[in-house]
Design a protein around this ligand. Structure first.
Ligand code: XCC
Ligand code: SF4
Length: 680
């Protein structure tokens, strides 16, 4: 017993030595400021925990197997095998494959939840929801083989929901959505046996194969990892995105605000955090209820202020313009401001550290998903059939807490942004007034105004300086005329930099990209949504491939995917499905397959010769930049496109952009984007 405090004391001293300053922890000054405040009021955050505990060096390289009770086996010496004889290649491949299965199941179960909501709506059991984008529903019906002619929307929605649910567990056939990929890509999958059959089946088979005593060939294991990831990207995630659009509307450009400064000093602050739009959309409605606003006023508040965190934030900012408080690593900081009455969470990326932290303030942490409870949090289970009623109940609880608010510290940090670029909208914006088309985008790449495309996505990670890689890389990309598309927490970073407004085109973008932005009014960095919405990137790439001029497959396009600050298993699944779809993907942080040279080579060179895409883990920002630009230029050369030459652009035409930028931002949105609703 006596030793415990001693050890703790020693740990504290050790930890102190490694503690980073707030500025070392965050490239976002507003976050650094809040981290300083956290120190001042002695609140422990994820950054302190990261500094206080270094990552396990064995696990970091995936050299540990605990798949049976003869282990855990640590394979740290050359040639060493597990008790069962498993080699390091097998162990490393199995661990990676299980991350893919974990990530794929998270995204896909989210997609399944939405399919059930659609079914309840169609059957009249979830009357607070409606079908907001019938055009998209009919498009889905086409992919899923559901007849749409001369049928009511509810009948179509019913059959679409049933068909979507069948995709998760159907006993025969292949995923219907894979038909959305370019023909050449479909052939590659067929030839290699990579076409996913049903979503649950691929995940279950992945778990089965990685069970002790099964698949023990690294390459064979990782083939299944690709098939499992494809079931996520072209299955669970893509259907999740589509159904969200059907139920909540396909996003179009909208004005929003991002940063912790969106929290209000004098209103009831409610923060929604997690991933599913099903809950957050109802909270949006509840917070706008005049009766509840009156109730808030009766408690001394000026009103109700709703904001989002993580992907929930992306879902509601791109559809409703609800402000974003921050991304993954900012969740604790929101509570730390002392200004949040309730943080309402559903699924994924929710730190358990929120519960003890909320205890130090008047904040109530409320879990709502039947899949997620957190010890110490209040659980109010969300049911689609009583959605608005439950949402109102939660909002009322938050209001009741307002009088208990103590000292607050809200940084003055809010940045304007224009999110909401669905592929439908990009198609429209770039196609011009009379004709939807990806042609102008392809042409801009062909002639070199746009050098290529970078999809910068994924998380933030307490092990590296918050947003430093996102911020640096995105700035360099647009300076180098690379159009950037973003989702997830990466998108939050660029919005705080102000890069998702057309101003950024004038101030930062290279001359070619600036011309395109000036001609179309788009920002040099486009917000494509949440993490399940990475499926939108697959759709954009497929459309670019089928439009012509850029080869015939995703692997031909001068594009790179990046997740420089990733942390979740979902990011590994996304990376794997992008690679299996033909893309070059670069991730940062550390190489989780470093324990095996064979596997490290396999997922890069091996996968490149197999499927045309490759996965690399690189931590140095300049090296990431160099490889991205090199890859884009190599793909341009392979297509026979002119070499990228910045000096050719930026001098022709009259730009109305400057004039437009004089307008108040609301009017500008109307003038540039408001010509037509992108959907319906
Ligand atoms: Fe989570 Fe989607 Fe990562 Fe952000 S980016 S930390 S997964 S919220 Ni997807
Ligand atoms: Fe060790 Fe093999 Fe069991 Fe893994 S499966 S823990 S390597 S004995």
């Amino acid at each position: 017993m006596g030793r415990v405090p001693q050890i703790l004391e020693r740990d504290k001293v050790m930890a102190k030595r490694r503690m980073r300053t707030p500025q070392e922890r965050s490239a976002d000054p507003a976050v650094a400021d809040l981290l300083q405040y956290a120190c001042d009021i002695e609140c422990n955050t994820t950054f302190d925990r990261a500094d206080g505990m270094s990552a396990c060096p064995i696990g970091q390289e995936s050299k540990c197997c605990k798949n049976c009770s003869m282990g855990p086996c640590r394979l740290v010496r050359p040639g060493q095998t597990g008790v069962c004889g498993a080699t390091i290649d097998t162990v490393v491949a199995r661990n990676f494959a299980r991350m893919v299965a974990g990530g794929a199941s998270a995204h896909s179960d989210h997609g399944r939840g939405l399919a059930y909501t659609l079914l309840e709506v169609a059957e009249g059991r979830a009357n607070d929801y409606a079908i907001r984008d019938p055009r998209k529903l009919i498009e889905m019906a086409g992919y899923l083989g559901v007849p749409a002619e001369e049928r009511s929307l509810n009948e179509i929605a019913h059959d679409v929901a049933v068909a979507a649910l069948a995709e998760f567990g159907k006993p025969h056939g292949e995923l219907l959505y894979t038909k959305r990929a370019p023909t050449r890509r479909q052939q590659i999958w067929k030839e290699l046996g990579l076409t996913p059959r049903s979503i649950d089946r691929e995940v279950v088979e992945m778990m089965h194969r990685t069970h002790m005593g099964n698949d023990q060939d690294a390459e064979h294991l990782l083939d299944q990892a690709m098939r499992c990831a494809l079931a996520d990207g072209w299955g669970g995630s893509m259907m999740g995105t589509d159904i969200s659009d059907v139920l909540f509307g396909t996003p179009g450009p909208i004005l929003g605000e991002v940063g912790m400064g969106v929290l209000s000093e004098d209103e009831v602050n409610i923060v929604v955090h997690g991933h599913e739009p099903t809950l957050s959309e109802m909270i949006v409605v509840a917070t706008q209820d005049p009766e509840l606003i009156e109730y808030a006023k009766s408690k001394g508040a000026a009103g109700i202020c709703l904001s989002g965190l993580c992907c929930t934030a992306n879902e509601i900012i791109m559809r409703q313009g609800i402000p974003t408080a921050g991304s993954f690593l900012q969740q604790e900081l929101a509570i730390l401001t002392g200004a949040v009455e309730a943080m309402i969470v559903d699924i994924q990326c929710i730190m358990q550290g929120l519960a003890p932290l909320a205890d130090r303030f008047h904040t109530e942490l409320i879990t709502t998903s039947p899949k997620v409870k957190i010890t110490g949090a209040t659980h109010i289970e969300f049911e689609e059939s009583r959605a608005l009623e439950i949402a109102k109940h939660i909002v009322r609880r938050a209001i009741d807490l307002f009088p208990k608010r103590g000292k607050t510290y809200i940084p003055k940090d809010a940045h304007a942004t224009i999110p909401g670029f669905s592929h439908e909208y990009i198609n429209y914006a770039l196609g011009g007034t009379c004709r939807d088309s990806f042609r102008p985008l392809n042409d801009a790449i062909v002639d070199g105004r746009i050098r290529g495309v970078a999809a910068n996505i994924g998380c933030t990670n307490a092990r590296v300086q918050f947003e430093s890689l996102h911020r640096y890389l995105v700035e360099q990309f647009i300076k180098n005329d690379v159009l950037v598309v973003e989702t997830g927490c990466a998108a939050v970073a660029a919005q705080k930099q102000g890069y998702m407004t057309p101003e950024a085109a004038l101030e930062i973008a290279g001359p070619g990209l600036r011309e395109v932005c000036e001609a179309t009014g788009i920002s040099p960095v486009l917000h494509l949504g949440s993490c399940v919405d990475n499926s939108r990137i697959l759709t954009v790439l497929s459309q670019m491939a089928s439009e012509g001029g850029l080869g015939e497959d995703i692997s031909d396009i001068p594009a790179v995917g990046l997740a420089p600050e990733w942390m979740s298993e979902k990011a590994i699944s996304i990376a794997t499905y992008c690679v299996a779809s033909g893309a070059y993907v670069i991730m940062g942080i550390h190489n989780p397959v470093a324990g095996s040279e064979f596997v490290t080579d396999l997922i890069s060179k091996g996968w490149e010769s197999k499927v045309g895409g490759k996965l690399e883990f690189i931590t140095d920002a300049d090296e990431i930049l160099r490889r991205t630009l090199d890859h884009i230029d190599e793909k341009r050369a392979a297509l026979g496109l002119p070499e990228y030459d910045a000096s050719k652009w930026g001098r022709s035409g009259d730009s109305r952009m400057k004039e437009l930028l004089e307008l108040p931002i609301e009017e500008r949105i109307q003038a540039v984007y408001g010509m037509r609703e992108p959907a319906v």
